[in-house]
Design a protein around this ligand. Structure first.
Ligand code: TXA
Ligand code: MG
Length: 341
């Protein structure tokens, strides 16, 4: 078995040597952990796809530490609306789709595509590390394709094990959900993947409506290939209970529906992710309460799914309203769900 090692993020830039970056390595970002490779190491980029079992047409997000570095991966000028978004949200969890320069290999772009998604991560130490390396890092989330994204180095290690030699530990991630992916295509602003930078906040900055293309379908698959694959799935069934979110009238809806479903499932050990403890008549194996603050849901939803799959037979989760961060939360829960009630 190959040895793996873990280095603390704050020390990584000083402790690691250039050859450590020749192979894929795990990095912490403010969203989720990523499996990174230098964009000029073709062999390592290919290994990312092997390690994750990722389809080769699903492009990688490129991480830069400066505007100068951004210009090396972009073909032509930076569109004015992107400039506004960069001023408002970078460094941060917003990936923008640009026309790619020749520095971005077809491996990163996914077969035939001429664009590249780029972001500047918010972590100061990570920016310093990228600066030190001197070239951008391509990094998808550090999980086997189809699994929930890791929000701690332990999650990443539990999933990828010794398929990766170097893990950089930056503690639990601040946001907990992957970045928003946004692009302007034929002058139309399109949200390709919802995240903590919300549709509403993008609309406010660019001053016009944004189309949301997050439902799988052929058009969507062409624009953002990642959306057509299964995603975020724990190893046990996940039941999504629709109806109102908890707190208002609707709290009873899902509580009643969960009790009924529990009856049908007999003696299964049930794990619940919910916003409040109102539903105390449900005799569950484990309950994770995330409250009504959607940022808290973002931060904890993946770790809740990963935690519950360890000891439960099924997971119950209820919907949240889809305004602001709710759109991103519902996107992830809907894709994780094997059943909808
Ligand atoms: O927060 C994040 O974005 C994390 C961290 C590590 O930065 N990364 C991440 O990467 O979530 P990944 O590969 O798991 O998801 C990237 C998504 C995929 O759905 C992919 O299809 C889409 O971004 N994407 C990447 N490049 C694209 C492009 N050129 N055009 C359209 N969609 C693109
Ligand atoms: Mg991913």
């Amino acid at each position: 078995m190959r040895m793996t090692r873990t280095v603390q993020l704050a020390e990584a830039a000083d402790q690691l040597s250039p050859s450590d970056y020749d192979e894929p390595f795990v990095i912490p970002t403010e969203t989720v952990y990523g499996l990174a490779a230098r964009i000029d190491r073709e062999e390592a980029l290919r290994k990312i796809f092997q390690i994750k079992g990722r389809p080769s047409d699903n492009p990688l997000i490129v991480h830069v530490s400066s505007m100068d570095m951004l210009r090396t991966v972009v073909d032509g000028d930076i569109p004015q609306e992107y400039r506004l978004l960069i001023d408002n949200f970078w460094p941060g969890p917003l990936s923008l789709v640009f026309r790619a320069s020749s520095a971005v290999s077809p491996t990163i772009r996914g077969s035939g595509r001429e664009t590249v998604a780029v972001r500047m991560p918010a972590s100061r130490h990570l920016l310093r590390l990228i600066d030190r390396i001197g070239v951008p890092l391509a990094a998808p989330s550090a999980n086997t394709s189809g699994r929930p994204s890791p929000t701690t180095v332990a999650h990443a290690r539990a999933d990828l094990g010794d398929r990766v030699g170097l893990y950089i530990d930056g503690g639990a991630t601040e946001m907990g959900l992957e970045s928003t992916v946004f692009g302007i295509f034929d002058a139309v602003p399109v949200l390709l993947r919802p995240g903590s930078v919300t549709r509403e906040s993008i609309e406010l900055v660019i001053g016009r409506p944004v189309q949301v293309k997050t439902v799988s379908g052929r058009d969507q698959a062409t624009l953002s290939p990642g959306q057509k694959y299964t995603h975020y799935s724990p190893s046990i069934p996940v039941f999504l209970f629709r109806g109102q979110s908890a707190g208002g009238q609707g709290a009873d809806d899902w509580a009643v529906a969960m009790r009924r479903k529990q009856g049908e499932l007999g003696g299964s050990r049930i794990g619940v992710v919910c916003s409040s403890d109102d539903n105390n008549q449900l005799a569950v194996h484990k309950k994770i309460i995330l409250g009504t603050d959607k940022r808290n849901w973002c931060r904890n939803i993946f770790s809740a799914l990963l935690e519950l799959e360890k000891t439960c037979d099924v997971i119950f989760v209820h919907s949240v309203d889809s305004s602001e961060e709710g759109l991103a939360i519902m996107d992830r829960i809907e894709k994780a769900a094997t059943h909808t009630v």
